[in-house]
Design a protein around this ligand. Structure first.
Ligand code: ATR
Length: 265
């Protein structure tokens, strides 16, 4: 939480839209979630974000859970109104808003998600509603991908595959979304080889620091369209800001602030 860029984008937006608000980071100890939630309510906060490891553990404290957040089983945004906690999940929808800025077509597309953790889950459930042709999941641990697919109750043509299988069948995917932590600490690490990548495919990584992970660099060098995690970060934040204030902020401005902070252009 010490490195969160959320205060930067939200405080700038409060200022820009003349909203009398302030966004502050609080590091909550693992065993103090309940006290933190009660404290927020008691202090009259208008809302808050929730991050790892509390996105699922916050749910028992939510009074009114949004349908999508309930489906995903994770909340990242809470609105406090008249003493009640309303829980939402803007991660998956934020990813889709970002994706739509580099491709105008999601429906009918073949999608590969690399990873099966919390982030993959939100993105899978959000994409599943957009009319995609299929979403396969490639994960190091097969059972986690199988579990994610089993938790989705809709009718979607999805398979859980190994990273090796994904490498050899990569050519069939139009959109590839990297959601693992590979590439975060080690800039020379990539979860899979892009040798079979379709030249028209879009490659996204939800990591934004570094701005260019190895997989994105490889895809860019091959001439593919790429997107890093700044767009998802900014759009999940913008959707949260709208839930708190009723104002949809300028996401391009938020993006430039984050890029400045991270040393990008
Ligand atoms: P998040 O909430 O950010 O998605 P997470 O739930 O811990 O984080 O998920 C991390 C993802 O990165 C998982 O898909 C994990 O794969 P496993 O299910 O096999 O653990 C993936 N991951 C982490 N380190 C990895 C590595 N070295 N190689 C391949 N996948 C890795």
């Amino acid at each position: 939480i010490e490195h969160s860029m959320s205060p930067l984008i939200h405080n700038d937006a409060f200022d820009k839209y003349s909203v009398d608000g302030v966004y502050l980071p609080f590091c909550v100890e693992d065993n103090e979630l309940q006290q933190a939630v009660e404290g927020m309510k008691a202090l009259g906060a208008g809302g808050f974000n929730v991050t790892v490891p509390f996105k699922s553990r916050i749910i028992p404290y939510i009074d009114v859970l949004d349908e999508f957040a309930n489906e995903v089983g994770a909340v990242n945004t809470v609105v406090i109104k008249d003493g009640l906690l309303y829980g939402y999940n803007t991660d998956g929808p934020g990813f889709i808003k970002g994706l739509l800025t580099i491709t105008d077509r999601i429906d009918g597309q073949n999608i590969l998600i690399i990873g099966a953790g919390g982030a993959a889950r939100g993105i899978y459930f959000a994409l599943a509603k957009t009319g995609v042709a299929k979403i396969d999941l490639a994960n190091r641990t097969h059972i986690s991908a199988e579990q994610l697919l089993a938790d989705y109750h809709g009718n979607l043509n999805s398979r859980a595959i190994s990273l090796k299988e994904a490498e050899s069948t990569l050519g069939q995917y139009d959109i590839i979304i990297q959601t693992t932590s590979v590439g975060l600490a080690d800039i020379h690490a990539s979860p899979l080889s892009l040798t079979e990548l379709n030249q028209n495919a879009v490659v996204c990584d939800i990591i934004y620091n570094p701005l260019e992970t190895k997989i994105l660099k490889e895809a860019k060098d091959r001439g593919n369209k790429v997107q890093n995690g700044v767009d998802m970060f900014v759009n999940q934040g913008a959707l949260a800001f709208e839930l708190w204030t009723g104002v949809m902020p300028d996401t391009e401005r938020m993006k430039q602030l984050v890029l400045q902070q991270l040393g990008g252009s």
